[in-house]
Design a protein around this ligand. Structure first.
Ligand SMILES: *[C@@H]1O[C@H](CO)[C@@H](O)[C@H](O)[C@H]1NC(C)=O
Ligand SMILES: *[C@@H]1O[C@H](CO)[C@@H](O)[C@H](O)[C@H]1NC(C)=O
Ligand SMILES: *[C@@H]1O[C@H](CO)[C@@H](O)[C@H](O)[C@H]1NC(C)=O
Ligand SMILES: *[C@@H]1O[C@H](CO)[C@@H](O)[C@H](O)[C@H]1NC(C)=O
Ligand SMILES: *[C@@H]1O[C@H](CO)[C@@H](O)[C@H](O)[C@H]1NC(C)=O
Ligand SMILES: *[C@@H]1O[C@H](CO)[C@@H](O)[C@H](O)[C@H]1NC(C)=O
Ligand SMILES: *[C@@H]1O[C@H](CO)[C@@H](O)[C@H](O)[C@H]1NC(C)=O
Length: 299
Protein backbone atom coordinates (compact mmCIF):
# COMPACT_ATOMS: atom_id res chain seq x y z
CA UNK A 1 0.00 0.00 0.00
CA UNK A 2 1.30 3.43 -0.93
CA UNK A 3 2.13 5.58 2.10
CA UNK A 4 0.37 8.49 0.43
CA UNK A 5 -3.03 6.79 0.51
CA UNK A 6 -4.10 8.06 3.95
CA UNK A 7 -3.35 11.64 2.88
CA UNK A 8 -5.32 11.22 -0.34
CA UNK A 9 -8.23 9.80 1.64
CA UNK A 10 -8.05 12.65 4.11
CA UNK A 11 -7.99 15.20 1.33
CA UNK A 12 -11.04 13.57 -0.24
CA UNK A 13 -12.86 13.67 3.10
CA UNK A 14 -12.02 17.32 3.58
CA UNK A 15 -13.24 18.25 0.13
CA UNK A 16 -16.46 16.31 0.63
CA UNK A 17 -17.18 17.90 4.00
CA UNK A 18 -16.57 21.49 2.92
CA UNK A 19 -19.89 22.19 1.18
CA UNK A 20 -21.82 20.77 4.16
CA UNK A 21 -19.99 22.93 6.67
CA UNK A 22 -20.44 25.98 4.49
CA UNK A 23 -24.25 25.72 4.58
CA UNK A 24 -26.30 28.28 6.39
CA UNK A 25 -26.80 26.92 9.93
CA UNK A 26 -30.55 27.51 9.59
CA UNK A 27 -30.73 25.05 6.76
CA UNK A 28 -29.05 22.13 8.45
CA UNK A 29 -31.36 19.42 9.65
CA UNK A 30 -34.55 21.10 8.55
CA UNK A 31 -36.08 18.33 6.52
CA UNK A 32 -35.04 15.15 8.26
CA UNK A 33 -34.23 12.45 5.76
CA UNK A 34 -34.04 14.79 2.78
CA UNK A 35 -30.95 16.22 1.12
CA UNK A 36 -29.75 19.70 2.10
CA UNK A 37 -32.28 22.33 1.20
CA UNK A 38 -30.44 24.81 -0.96
CA UNK A 39 -32.41 25.02 -4.19
CA UNK A 40 -35.37 23.03 -2.83
CA UNK A 41 -38.85 24.54 -2.81
CA UNK A 42 -39.48 24.04 0.94
CA UNK A 43 -37.23 26.77 2.30
CA UNK A 44 -40.32 28.77 3.34
CA UNK A 45 -42.54 25.95 4.72
CA UNK A 46 -43.59 22.45 3.84
CA UNK A 47 -47.15 22.26 2.50
CA UNK A 48 -48.95 19.83 4.88
CA UNK A 49 -51.37 18.79 2.11
CA UNK A 50 -48.52 17.11 0.25
CA UNK A 51 -47.94 14.55 3.00
CA UNK A 52 -51.24 13.70 4.65
CA UNK A 53 -51.63 16.84 6.76
CA UNK A 54 -54.17 19.64 6.72
CA UNK A 55 -54.34 23.41 7.14
CA UNK A 56 -57.37 22.90 9.40
CA UNK A 57 -56.83 22.18 13.08
CA UNK A 58 -58.31 19.14 14.84
CA UNK A 59 -60.94 20.13 17.39
CA UNK A 60 -62.47 17.80 19.97
CA UNK A 61 -66.21 17.50 20.26
CA UNK A 62 -67.46 19.67 17.40
CA UNK A 63 -70.96 19.29 16.05
CA UNK A 64 -71.07 17.79 13.53
CA UNK A 65 -67.87 15.92 14.29
CA UNK A 66 -64.59 16.66 12.54
CA UNK A 67 -64.78 20.45 12.05
CA UNK A 68 -61.49 22.37 12.16
CA UNK A 69 -60.19 25.93 12.38
CA UNK A 70 -57.98 27.42 9.66
CA UNK A 71 -54.25 27.87 10.22
CA UNK A 72 -54.37 31.14 8.33
CA UNK A 73 -50.91 32.56 9.09
CA UNK A 74 -47.54 30.97 8.37
CA UNK A 75 -44.28 32.51 9.51
CA UNK A 76 -41.95 31.42 6.75
CA UNK A 77 -38.70 29.65 7.57
CA UNK A 78 -37.07 32.24 5.33
CA UNK A 79 -37.49 34.65 8.23
CA UNK A 80 -34.40 35.50 10.29
CA UNK A 81 -33.30 32.49 12.33
CA UNK A 82 -33.51 34.55 15.56
CA UNK A 83 -37.21 35.19 14.88
CA UNK A 84 -37.91 31.45 14.54
CA UNK A 85 -36.52 30.64 17.99
CA UNK A 86 -39.37 29.83 20.39
CA UNK A 87 -38.42 32.39 23.01
CA UNK A 88 -39.29 35.85 24.30
CA UNK A 89 -35.57 36.69 24.49
CA UNK A 90 -33.19 37.88 21.81
CA UNK A 91 -36.00 38.96 19.53
CA UNK A 92 -37.50 35.45 19.28
CA UNK A 93 -41.01 34.45 18.17
CA UNK A 94 -42.74 35.39 21.45
CA UNK A 95 -41.21 38.88 21.34
CA UNK A 96 -42.44 39.24 17.75
CA UNK A 97 -45.93 38.29 18.95
CA UNK A 98 -45.71 40.88 21.74
CA UNK A 99 -45.01 43.48 19.05
CA UNK A 100 -48.56 42.72 17.84
CA UNK A 101 -49.98 42.72 21.41
CA UNK A 102 -50.38 38.95 21.53
CA UNK A 103 -49.15 37.46 24.80
CA UNK A 104 -49.18 34.14 26.62
CA UNK A 105 -52.42 33.37 28.35
CA UNK A 106 -53.69 35.02 31.52
CA UNK A 107 -51.25 34.18 34.36
CA UNK A 108 -50.21 31.06 32.53
CA UNK A 109 -53.68 29.57 32.89
CA UNK A 110 -55.06 27.86 29.86
CA UNK A 111 -58.76 28.60 29.84
CA UNK A 112 -60.06 26.88 26.72
CA UNK A 113 -59.73 23.49 25.09
CA UNK A 114 -56.54 22.68 23.27
CA UNK A 115 -56.53 21.75 19.60
CA UNK A 116 -54.21 19.57 17.53
CA UNK A 117 -52.91 19.81 13.97
CA UNK A 118 -51.19 17.60 11.46
CA UNK A 119 -48.52 19.56 9.61
CA UNK A 120 -47.72 16.64 7.34
CA UNK A 121 -44.81 15.37 9.42
CA UNK A 122 -44.02 12.00 10.92
CA UNK A 123 -45.24 13.21 14.33
CA UNK A 124 -48.82 13.18 12.93
CA UNK A 125 -51.46 14.88 15.09
CA UNK A 126 -49.65 17.26 17.44
CA UNK A 127 -51.16 19.35 20.25
CA UNK A 128 -50.78 23.13 19.91
CA UNK A 129 -47.69 24.64 21.52
CA UNK A 130 -49.70 27.37 23.21
CA UNK A 131 -52.54 29.86 22.85
CA UNK A 132 -51.82 33.60 22.71
CA UNK A 133 -54.36 36.34 23.43
CA UNK A 134 -54.67 40.04 22.68
CA UNK A 135 -53.07 41.82 25.64
CA UNK A 136 -54.70 45.26 25.46
CA UNK A 137 -51.18 46.70 25.50
CA UNK A 138 -50.56 45.14 28.91
CA UNK A 139 -48.40 42.03 28.43
CA UNK A 140 -48.89 41.03 32.09
CA UNK A 141 -52.62 41.13 32.72
CA UNK A 142 -54.19 42.13 29.41
CA UNK A 143 -54.74 38.55 28.30
CA UNK A 144 -56.95 38.03 31.37
CA UNK A 145 -59.20 40.75 29.99
CA UNK A 146 -59.24 39.05 26.61
CA UNK A 147 -60.34 35.80 28.21
CA UNK A 148 -63.52 37.51 29.43
CA UNK A 149 -64.14 40.16 26.80
CA UNK A 150 -63.13 38.14 23.78
CA UNK A 151 -60.96 39.39 20.93
CA UNK A 152 -58.00 38.32 18.86
CA UNK A 153 -56.36 35.05 19.80
CA UNK A 154 -53.96 32.62 18.20
CA UNK A 155 -52.95 28.97 18.59
CA UNK A 156 -49.71 27.87 17.04
CA UNK A 157 -47.59 24.91 16.00
CA UNK A 158 -43.96 24.68 14.88
CA UNK A 159 -43.17 22.65 11.78
CA UNK A 160 -40.10 20.69 12.86
CA UNK A 161 -38.81 19.91 9.40
CA UNK A 162 -38.63 23.57 8.34
CA UNK A 163 -38.85 25.72 11.49
CA UNK A 164 -41.92 27.57 10.10
CA UNK A 165 -44.74 28.57 12.49
CA UNK A 166 -48.35 27.70 11.64
CA UNK A 167 -50.84 29.96 13.42
CA UNK A 168 -54.62 29.64 13.67
CA UNK A 169 -55.97 33.11 14.42
CA UNK A 170 -59.51 34.28 15.02
CA UNK A 171 -61.54 36.93 16.81
CA UNK A 172 -63.78 35.39 19.42
CA UNK A 173 -66.82 36.58 21.35
CA UNK A 174 -66.76 37.04 25.12
CA UNK A 175 -66.80 34.25 27.68
CA UNK A 176 -70.56 34.58 28.14
CA UNK A 177 -71.11 33.65 24.51
CA UNK A 178 -68.97 30.57 24.97
CA UNK A 179 -66.09 32.01 22.95
CA UNK A 180 -67.81 31.52 19.60
CA UNK A 181 -66.07 33.22 16.69
CA UNK A 182 -67.50 36.54 15.43
CA UNK A 183 -68.81 37.13 11.88
CA UNK A 184 -65.88 36.77 9.47
CA UNK A 185 -63.76 36.15 12.59
CA UNK A 186 -61.09 33.94 10.99
CA UNK A 187 -60.32 36.30 8.11
CA UNK A 188 -60.37 39.24 10.53
CA UNK A 189 -58.05 37.47 12.98
CA UNK A 190 -55.54 36.86 10.19
CA UNK A 191 -55.77 40.44 8.96
CA UNK A 192 -55.56 42.00 12.44
CA UNK A 193 -52.37 40.06 13.12
CA UNK A 194 -50.86 40.86 9.71
CA UNK A 195 -52.14 44.44 10.08
CA UNK A 196 -50.58 44.93 13.51
CA UNK A 197 -47.26 43.52 12.25
CA UNK A 198 -47.21 45.85 9.25
CA UNK A 199 -48.84 48.91 10.85
CA UNK A 200 -51.78 49.20 8.46
CA UNK A 201 -55.39 48.22 8.30
CA UNK A 202 -55.77 45.34 5.83
CA UNK A 203 -58.99 45.48 3.74
CA UNK A 204 -60.34 42.01 4.55
CA UNK A 205 -63.07 42.05 1.90
CA UNK A 206 -60.55 43.01 -0.74
CA UNK A 207 -57.58 40.69 -0.30
CA UNK A 208 -56.73 38.14 -2.99
CA UNK A 209 -53.92 35.77 -3.81
CA UNK A 210 -52.02 38.69 -5.34
CA UNK A 211 -52.16 40.87 -2.18
CA UNK A 212 -48.90 41.81 -0.47
CA UNK A 213 -48.22 44.14 2.47
CA UNK A 214 -45.06 45.27 4.24
CA UNK A 215 -44.32 47.20 7.38
CA UNK A 216 -42.65 47.24 10.77
CA UNK A 217 -43.49 46.53 14.41
CA UNK A 218 -41.43 46.91 17.59
CA UNK A 219 -41.18 45.37 21.04
CA UNK A 220 -38.39 45.58 23.65
CA UNK A 221 -36.34 47.63 21.16
CA UNK A 222 -36.38 44.87 18.54
CA UNK A 223 -37.85 46.18 15.30
CA UNK A 224 -39.22 43.69 12.80
CA UNK A 225 -39.78 44.14 9.08
CA UNK A 226 -42.63 41.88 7.96
CA UNK A 227 -43.45 41.11 4.34
CA UNK A 228 -46.87 39.49 3.88
CA UNK A 229 -48.03 37.54 0.86
CA UNK A 230 -51.56 36.08 0.57
CA UNK A 231 -51.64 32.55 -0.82
CA UNK A 232 -54.53 30.44 -2.09
CA UNK A 233 -54.71 26.68 -2.54
CA UNK A 234 -53.78 25.67 1.02
CA UNK A 235 -57.11 26.11 2.84
CA UNK A 236 -60.51 24.75 1.82
CA UNK A 237 -63.53 27.08 2.00
CA UNK A 238 -66.24 24.52 2.52
CA UNK A 239 -68.58 25.60 5.32
CA UNK A 240 -69.18 22.03 6.46
CA UNK A 241 -65.51 21.68 7.47
CA UNK A 242 -65.07 24.90 9.45
CA UNK A 243 -65.69 25.10 13.22
CA UNK A 244 -68.16 27.80 14.39
CA UNK A 245 -69.35 28.14 10.80
CA UNK A 246 -72.78 29.24 12.02
CA UNK A 247 -71.40 32.43 13.55
CA UNK A 248 -68.60 33.28 11.09
CA UNK A 249 -70.37 32.93 7.76
CA UNK A 250 -72.92 35.30 6.29
CA UNK A 251 -75.46 34.77 3.56
CA UNK A 252 -73.14 36.10 0.87
CA UNK A 253 -69.77 35.01 2.22
CA UNK A 254 -68.38 31.58 3.10
CA UNK A 255 -66.85 31.14 6.61
CA UNK A 256 -63.33 31.77 5.32
CA UNK A 257 -61.91 33.27 2.13
CA UNK A 258 -59.41 30.42 1.67
CA UNK A 259 -56.32 32.64 1.88
CA UNK A 260 -53.28 32.10 4.10
CA UNK A 261 -51.01 35.05 4.93
CA UNK A 262 -47.38 33.93 4.57
CA UNK A 263 -45.07 36.20 6.56
CA UNK A 264 -41.34 36.68 6.17
CA UNK A 265 -39.94 38.52 9.18
CA UNK A 266 -36.51 40.13 9.54
CA UNK A 267 -35.04 41.94 12.52
CA UNK A 268 -33.99 45.39 11.28
CA UNK A 269 -32.80 46.80 14.59
CA UNK A 270 -32.05 45.44 18.02
CA UNK A 271 -31.14 46.82 21.44
CA UNK A 272 -27.55 48.09 21.48
CA UNK A 273 -26.61 45.63 24.24
CA UNK A 274 -27.32 42.56 22.11
CA UNK A 275 -24.07 41.88 20.28
CA UNK A 276 -24.40 41.81 16.51
CA UNK A 277 -22.39 38.63 16.07
CA UNK A 278 -23.54 37.05 12.81
CA UNK A 279 -24.45 33.64 14.20
CA UNK A 280 -26.60 32.51 11.31
CA UNK A 281 -23.91 32.39 8.65
CA UNK A 282 -20.92 30.06 8.78
CA UNK A 283 -19.30 30.01 5.34
CA UNK A 284 -16.07 31.47 6.72
CA UNK A 285 -15.75 28.84 9.44
CA UNK A 286 -16.96 26.21 7.02
CA UNK A 287 -14.15 27.05 4.66
CA UNK A 288 -11.33 27.65 7.12
CA UNK A 289 -11.95 24.70 9.43
CA UNK A 290 -11.38 21.96 6.85
CA UNK A 291 -8.34 23.84 5.53
CA UNK A 292 -6.93 24.00 9.03
CA UNK A 293 -7.53 20.30 9.67
CA UNK A 294 -5.98 19.54 6.31
CA UNK A 295 -2.85 21.53 7.12
CA UNK A 296 -2.43 19.79 10.47
CA UNK A 297 -2.85 16.43 8.80
CA UNK A 298 -0.11 17.26 6.33
CA UNK A 299 2.43 18.10 9.07
C1 LIG B 1 -59.46 15.06 22.70
O1 LIG B 1 -60.15 14.23 23.59
C2 LIG B 1 -59.45 13.03 23.89
C3 LIG B 1 -60.37 12.15 24.73
O2 LIG B 1 -61.05 12.90 25.68
C4 LIG B 1 -58.16 13.37 24.59
O3 LIG B 1 -57.44 12.20 24.87
C5 LIG B 1 -57.33 14.25 23.68
O4 LIG B 1 -56.15 14.67 24.35
C6 LIG B 1 -58.12 15.48 23.27
N1 LIG B 1 -57.36 16.18 22.28
C7 LIG B 1 -57.02 17.45 22.41
C8 LIG B 1 -56.25 18.04 21.29
O5 LIG B 1 -57.33 18.10 23.38
C1 LIG C 1 -41.51 18.20 16.73
O1 LIG C 1 -40.64 17.23 17.26
C2 LIG C 1 -40.76 17.02 18.66
C3 LIG C 1 -39.68 16.08 19.10
O2 LIG C 1 -39.52 15.05 18.19
C4 LIG C 1 -42.17 16.52 18.96
O3 LIG C 1 -42.33 16.35 20.34
C5 LIG C 1 -43.18 17.53 18.45
O4 LIG C 1 -44.47 17.05 18.65
C6 LIG C 1 -42.96 17.80 16.97
N1 LIG C 1 -43.85 18.87 16.53
C7 LIG C 1 -44.52 18.80 15.38
C8 LIG C 1 -45.38 19.98 15.06
O5 LIG C 1 -44.44 17.86 14.62
C1 LIG D 1 -55.58 12.46 13.71
O1 LIG D 1 -56.71 13.30 13.57
C2 LIG D 1 -57.59 12.88 12.54
C3 LIG D 1 -58.64 13.96 12.37
O2 LIG D 1 -59.33 14.17 13.58
C4 LIG D 1 -58.18 11.53 12.92
O3 LIG D 1 -59.04 11.10 11.88
C5 LIG D 1 -57.05 10.54 13.10
O4 LIG D 1 -57.55 9.33 13.57
C6 LIG D 1 -56.03 11.07 14.10
N1 LIG D 1 -54.88 10.19 14.11
C7 LIG D 1 -54.42 9.64 15.22
C8 LIG D 1 -53.26 8.73 15.06
O5 LIG D 1 -54.93 9.87 16.31
C1 LIG E 1 -54.65 45.14 15.67
O1 LIG E 1 -55.41 44.19 16.39
C2 LIG E 1 -56.53 44.78 17.08
C3 LIG E 1 -57.17 43.77 17.99
O2 LIG E 1 -57.37 42.57 17.44
C4 LIG E 1 -57.50 45.33 16.05
O3 LIG E 1 -58.61 45.93 16.72
C5 LIG E 1 -56.79 46.38 15.21
O4 LIG E 1 -57.65 46.82 14.18
C6 LIG E 1 -55.52 45.78 14.60
N1 LIG E 1 -54.79 46.82 13.92
C7 LIG E 1 -54.53 46.77 12.62
C8 LIG E 1 -53.77 47.92 12.07
O5 LIG E 1 -54.88 45.84 11.92
C1 LIG F 1 -60.34 47.26 -3.20
O1 LIG F 1 -59.79 46.94 -4.47
C2 LIG F 1 -60.13 47.86 -5.50
C3 LIG F 1 -59.54 47.38 -6.80
O2 LIG F 1 -59.19 46.05 -6.76
C4 LIG F 1 -59.58 49.22 -5.15
O3 LIG F 1 -59.98 50.14 -6.12
C5 LIG F 1 -60.14 49.66 -3.78
O4 LIG F 1 -59.54 50.89 -3.41
C6 LIG F 1 -59.84 48.60 -2.74
N1 LIG F 1 -60.46 48.96 -1.47
C7 LIG F 1 -59.77 49.04 -0.35
C8 LIG F 1 -60.55 49.38 0.87
O5 LIG F 1 -58.56 48.83 -0.29
C1 LIG G 1 -55.36 33.01 -7.60
O1 LIG G 1 -56.76 32.81 -7.47
C2 LIG G 1 -57.41 32.59 -8.72
C3 LIG G 1 -58.90 32.46 -8.46
O2 LIG G 1 -59.35 33.47 -7.64
C4 LIG G 1 -56.87 31.35 -9.40
O3 LIG G 1 -57.45 31.19 -10.66
C5 LIG G 1 -55.36 31.45 -9.53
O4 LIG G 1 -54.84 30.23 -10.00
C6 LIG G 1 -54.72 31.78 -8.20
N1 LIG G 1 -53.30 32.02 -8.40
C7 LIG G 1 -52.35 31.45 -7.65
C8 LIG G 1 -50.95 31.84 -7.96
O5 LIG G 1 -52.61 30.68 -6.76
C1 LIG H 1 -34.95 50.58 24.78
O1 LIG H 1 -34.06 51.63 24.49
C2 LIG H 1 -34.20 52.77 25.33
C3 LIG H 1 -33.24 53.85 24.91
O2 LIG H 1 -32.86 53.72 23.59
C4 LIG H 1 -33.98 52.38 26.77
O3 LIG H 1 -34.22 53.50 27.61
C5 LIG H 1 -34.90 51.27 27.17
O4 LIG H 1 -34.60 50.82 28.47
C6 LIG H 1 -34.78 50.10 26.21
N1 LIG H 1 -35.81 49.11 26.53
C7 LIG H 1 -35.57 47.80 26.54
C8 LIG H 1 -36.74 46.93 26.90
O5 LIG H 1 -34.49 47.32 26.25
Amino acid sequence: MSPRLPIVLLAALIILSTPLLALDVREIGRDVGLPPLRGRADTDFHNPLLSGGSMLTIVNGTFPQGLGEPMNIIISAESDSEVLVHSADNGGFLNLMLSTFLASECLGQHLGDTQAANLGESSGNVTQVEELRWDFNDPYLGTCRESFEGGLHARYWIQNSTGAYFIATSVEMNAESGHDIILDGYNLGRDFLAGNLTGQSIPTLNVSNSSTFSGVSTFANYTYQTDVKYVSGLLPYAADMINHYLTVESSDRPPIDGLVAVLTVKIISKPPSSAAFPINRTPVIGFILPLFIGLIALL
